[in-house]
Ligand binder design. Sequence first.
Ligand code: ZN
Length: 417
Amino acid sequence: MSEPSSFSFRVGARLSGGRHGRAGVIATPHGEIATPAFVPVGTKATVKSVLPETMREMGAQALLANAYHLYLQPGADIVDEAGGLGAFMNWAGPTFTDSGGFQVMSLGVGFKKVLAMEAVDVRSDQVIAAGKERLATVDDDGVTFRSHLDGSRHRFTPEVSMGIQHQLGADIMFAFDELTTLMNTRGYQEESLERTRRWAQRCLDEHERLTAARAHRPYQALFGVIQGAQYEDLRRKACRDLEQLRGAAGTGFDGYGIGGALEKHNLGTIVGWCCDELPEHKPRHMLGISEPEDIFVAVENGADTFDCVNPSRVARNAAIYVDEGRFNINTSRFRRDFTPIDENCDCYTCANYTRAYLHHLFKAKEMLSATLCTIHNERYTIRLVDRIRESIEGGYFDEFKAEALGRWQGRIKAPTS
Ligand SMILES: [Zn+2]
């Protein structure tokens, strides 16, 4: 039997100058995560094309899977029967699941495809491209949506999301929240934030009930999700409101996710507002970032962990991350380039393969192209965040940031660009 105390967070070194950035350690029933940490995404309980053992060898400390996808296929009950997400996918370390909220409201609605992009300057709550059907509808109780697989109708509520996530059995789960966009009106953002607060209370209540009912399983931590788009008062209010919430037996959130609509240039400011308000002793997860600039800014302003699907997604399209930026390995100048992707990288791919070989694999549409490039990009991102953590612990974060971003932003010219 596991007690709630099997989840903890301790803060280590901090950045100077009153900044919120820090190093720390999250302890879960499946092991510890030294923070800041990058959490690779295995959407459907697999990091596409890479073995879990390889993810472990390259230093991944935890993996994140998506509740929406696993609910539709194979079904959360099957993952539960298998002994939970980690056992099902042969990953012994810590796991995260998201709530499914982002997917039901973005995949379901098809935000990127359905939203009329020409209307980007118009603040509206019903911006849908001509000829497209809105596939998800939000009401005060939950969200009704259609599966992207077969069009079948489904409904997520806070209770449904908690039930799915308890069955998936990840060490860290997220409360079910409403995703808004920067195009929503201020009035809608306020209304949505209040709905997310009420849903957060329902998530805590259901989480408390399920934790008691499933006491034979390892403790699962629940993170509240901070919304509020680009509005300082809404972000701050969301943090204070969620930190005050308790279930009937006194359960509060174990940590927080910073989510929702934000623009790149606002990222640090928004994370900073949230971390002004959130308690020091609880971990903070930043949802969906992986670009080096974004990671530095988020860490400096107080984020402890991040997840993003990009390092593996772009790898399958031949895009490679190196310290000097991103380049495509499938362009013809690499046909006879017999050097590694990145001479400074310690990954399996860079130790054993050349740019010419990877170029060939992509041109020949060989499956190994995805595996080798994903290994490099995931290792690159994990190692970058590891180096950031070491720089915080060693007291040289600012120097490391200036050097790394100088390279990334091209002040030091990439040999391959
Ligand atoms: Zn590499």
